[in-house]
Design a protein around this ligand. Structure first.
Ligand code: 5GP
Length: 240
């Protein structure tokens, strides 16, 4: 059914390629070996990263689907590709934080590593030119990207997803510091979780040592071997 999909190229992003399929409502997402940070300013090839993230993200989405939360993920079809529902994505990124780190620490002047009792939900405008600015509900509605009702639904689902993943990872000896989620709507106007959940989109620390197991390894300049080992460690810990 999907044999000729490579003639059906739809879109290429920083870390993925998207293909149409012969079903109008389904796409194939191909995970590349590119790693980027600082809104694409820094980027390099990281061998095997696409394979590892495809597997990690498939595990995460299967987990979320198993809780009855609607996502775009249908199934992983090979090492680098997964079959997903085609969505109209909101140009927003939603970050949920369990521990202060990264931009929140800088923005509010709070030391990195402080535990957050009630996870914090943040909205960013997905716009490379503006470097994905931090915005609030009113900005997102003013920009005509989304309604208040949709934002409330996404806020609630995001906190549920955070709770599910945090517990799952904690049982595998990984701390979920924060995660970035994206959502979109299908033809029926249902809101579904989209994109990926992987060390590219979350901060993950080893429970015993607080060792970083995510894209921060790249942001702070670790070697390719160290970065890929960190990603592999996440996969090995959760793939049991
Ligand atoms: P921060 O706002 O602290 O830079 O990032 C919070 C979390 O969201 C981190 O886990 C970070 O990796 C993720 N995140 C924020 N923006 C992006 C983005 O544009 N792309 C990806 N892949 N992850 C992001």
């Amino acid at each position: 059914m999907y044999i000729n999909y490579k003639n059906n190229f739809l879109f290429e992003g920083k870390t993925k390629k998207i293909y149409n399929t012969d079903n109008l409502n389904e796409i194939i997402i191909h995970y590349k070996d590119i790693i980027t940070s600082f809104d694409g300013d820094k980027k390099q090839i990281l061998n095997q990263k696409g394979i590892i993230n495809n597997k990690i993200s498939a595990i995460m989405f299967n987990l979320i689907n198993s809780f009855g939360i609607k996502t775009h993920f249908i199934r992983r079809i090979n090492n680098r590709e997964q079959l997903c529902n085609k969505l109209d994505l909101f140009t927003l990124e939603f970050v949920i934080r369990n521990i202060v780190f990264g931009s929140m620490s800088k923005r509010l002047g709070i030391k990195e590593g402080v535990y957050i009792q009630n996870p914090i939900f943040e909205i960013f405008y997905k716009n490379d030119f503006l470097k994905d600015p931090f915005i609030n509900h009113d900005h997102a509605v003013f920009l005509k990207i989304i309604s208040y009702e949709e934002l409330n639904i996404i806020n609630r689902i995001s906190l549920d997803i955070n709770k599910i993943i945090k517990k799952f990872l904690f049982d595998k000896n990984i701390i979920l510091v924060d995660l970035k989620l994206e959502f979109g709507k299908n033809q029926e106007q249902d809101i579904l979780l989209a994109d990926e959940i992987s060390p590219d989109t979350c901060r993950l620390w080893d429970k015993a040592t607080n060792k970083k197991l995510d894209k921060d390894c790249f942001r702070i300049g670790y070697s390719n071997e160290e970065i890929i080992n960190a990603y592999m460690e996440v996969l090995n810990k959760i793939d049991k």
